[in-house]
Design a protein around this ligand. Structure first.
Ligand SMILES: *[C@@H]1O[C@H](CO)[C@@H](O)[C@H](O)[C@H]1NC(C)=O
Ligand SMILES: *[C@@H]1O[C@H](CO)[C@@H](O)[C@H](O)[C@H]1NC(C)=O
Ligand SMILES: *[C@@H]1O[C@H](CO)[C@@H](O)[C@H](O)[C@H]1NC(C)=O
Ligand SMILES: *[C@@H]1O[C@H](CO)[C@@H](O)[C@H](O)[C@H]1NC(C)=O
Ligand SMILES: *[C@@H]1O[C@H](CO)[C@@H](O)[C@H](O)[C@H]1NC(C)=O
Length: 392
């Protein structure tokens, strides 16, 4: 049995006659309208947002013995203006309570819109930006019964949603306001302080994530191990902070090791994430698993000859080919019948000819060093049987 998340006391004629608050979706909302006057004839009644007087109780809404209005399992459609009406012999007083039921950031929200009519009306939803909402998209879904589901609430989803029920006889509209509860900042889904560890590889790029949620929108910044502070977004040389909060470190160096802190703050609180960055010097000089020199015959059969350069290394090596006459082919370069493919170091020689003979060298290079693979292309020789030219 959930507790009342909200409890309000109204002291007649002492405090202002208008109250407003927010309740979390799914919570139990209790509104107390208590009267100081010790008048046994005082009568308390509740008027619902549709201006009907609450009589008895429903599955959802009830009045307790002491006159509290209780809304069970509050939904967005329970939002609205409620009135507590206090009547006695001497007069009548009316207290207005505005109740807004809202989801938390990141939760999903359902707005229901039930309409009757003949023929059965078609339900359409208009977003706060005045666009018709498609039946299914990555942010929204409209169910068969007209309920609008907002999948993952962000601050940009706040605003007025309009439900339009339409049939051949006409239409009707209902406005609903979606407001998200104020929230202290969260980083990667965690409140308060958190830490994590990241192993970055030398010379490569590291991404440190800092996804921040909160309302009002928290201010976010990154602080590096040297105490330098970077706002969002930030465009530096090797350091960049993207709009989504991720810090990008390019060409990681050993000196980049240390603690990076992402800080998010709004008036409700602060969250921080400490990322401990270790730099692993995993760079490996390029090497070949197979012998460094291979001898291949040139088959002049109008086909092609493929010379591979299967070097391994960390980071992945860059390749260059040297033709027998010393001409260098960089990746992606095609010279007549010679084509150095981009990316994998393969050299393709189409329609090889006797004149292509010679030593072809592939250079594989990365930050840790370089290695070389050679192919010696030889023209094939017609078989000759020793001694076959002489007579026995
Ligand atoms: C509250 O409503 C939600 C959504 O309609 C439902 O899943 C949940 O079971 C309800 N909880 C209670 C206690 O009625
Ligand atoms: C509409 O349909 C959805 C999914 O079938 C259901 O969860 C929801 O309770 C329905 N709403 C109403 C108002 O019937
Ligand atoms: C943040 O944005 C950058 C650049 O667009 C992207 O590379 C990175 O994957 C994003 N991070 C997250 C957590 O979405
Ligand atoms: C080297 O050989 C290639 C392929 O046969 C040829 O296209 C290029 O002109 C030659 N370069 C020189 C300087 O001879
Ligand atoms: C290299 O790339 C080319 C072009 O994409 C492809 O045709 C070839 O098969 C690749 N070679 C290897 C060894 O992956």
């Amino acid at each position: 049995q959930p507790f009342c998340t909200l409890l309000f006391l109204f002291f007649l004629s002492i405090f202002p006659q208008f109250f407003s608050f927010m309740a979390l979706e799914g919570s139990k909302v209790c509104l107390e309208c208590s009267v100081i006057a010790s008048d046994p004839d005082v009568k308390v009644e509740w008027i619902l947002p549709d201006m009907s007087i609450l009589e008895g109780r429903t599955d959802k809404i009830q009045v307790s013995d002491i006159g509290e209005l209780i809304i069970l399992n509050a939904t967005l459609s329970d939002s609205g203006l409620y009135h507590c009406m206090v009547r006695s012999k001497t007069g009548m007083d009316l207290i207005k309570v505005s109740v807004k039921v809202g989801p938390n950031l990141g939760d999903s929200a359902r707005l229901s819109c039930q309409a009757t009519g003949e023929p059965t009306p078609r339900i359409m939803w208009i977003s706060p930006r005045n666009n018709a909402i498609p039946v299914l998209s990555d942010r929204f879904q409209i169910m068969d019964n007209g309920t609008l589901v907002i999948k993952k609430i962000t601050l940009t989803d706040e605003g007025k949603y309009v439900c339009v029920a339409q049939n051949s006889a006409g239409d009707d509209v209902k406005n609903m306001k979606l407001e998200v509860e104020s929230q202290e900042p969260f980083i990667n889904g965690i409140k308060g302080k958190s830490t994590t560890k990241v192993v970055a590889v030398s010379y490569q790029t590291a991404l440190l994530d800092c996804r921040v949620r909160g309302k009002p929108e928290p201010r976010v910044r990154w602080v590096n191990p040297y105490g330098q502070s970077f706002p969002i977004p930030y465009l530096g040389g090797r350091f960049q902070v993207h709009r989504n909060g991720s810090l990008e470190l390019r060409g990681v160096r050993k000196t980049d090791e240390g603690q990076y802190t992402c800080l998010a703050k709004n008036h409700l609180g602060e969250a921080s994430l400490v990322v401990d960055v270790d730099v692993a010097s995993l760079a490996e000089k390029p090497s070949f698993a197979v012998p460094n020199i291979e001898i291949l015959p040139i088959k002049q059969d109008n086909g092609e000859l493929i010379l591979e350069c299967p070097a391994r290394g960390k980071p992945n090596p860059d390749f260059a080919w040297l033709l027998p006459n010393g001409t260098m082919l960089l990746p992606g370069v095609k010279l007549q019948r010679f084509n150095h493919h981009l990316g994998n170091g393969t050299l393709r020689i189409s329609q090889p000819a006797a004149g292509d003979k010679g030593v072809y060298r592939c250079l594989a290079k990365n930050v840790a060093g370089q290695a070389e693979k050679r192919y010696a292309l030889e023209t094939g020789r017609k078989p000759v049987i020793r001694g076959s030219s002489g007579m026995e």
